[in-house]
Design a protein around this ligand. Structure first.
Ligand SMILES: [Zn+2]
Length: 43
């Protein structure tokens, strides 16, 4: 799964729950990258 790291700004491809392999940021600082249409927004 792809994430964008909010700390170092890199696009990374890791498993959910992993930390950033570039800078070691914790998973809660990673933003999932979704290339789908976001028609359904979570409330
Ligand atoms: Zn990072």
């Amino acid at each position: 799964m792809k994430y964008r790291c909010k700390v170092c700004g890199q696009i990374i491809d890791i498993e959910e729950g992993d930390s950033c392999p570039i800078c070691g940021a914790s998973p809660d600082r990673l933003e999932p990258l979704e290339e789908k249409d976001d028609k359904e927004e979570k409330k």
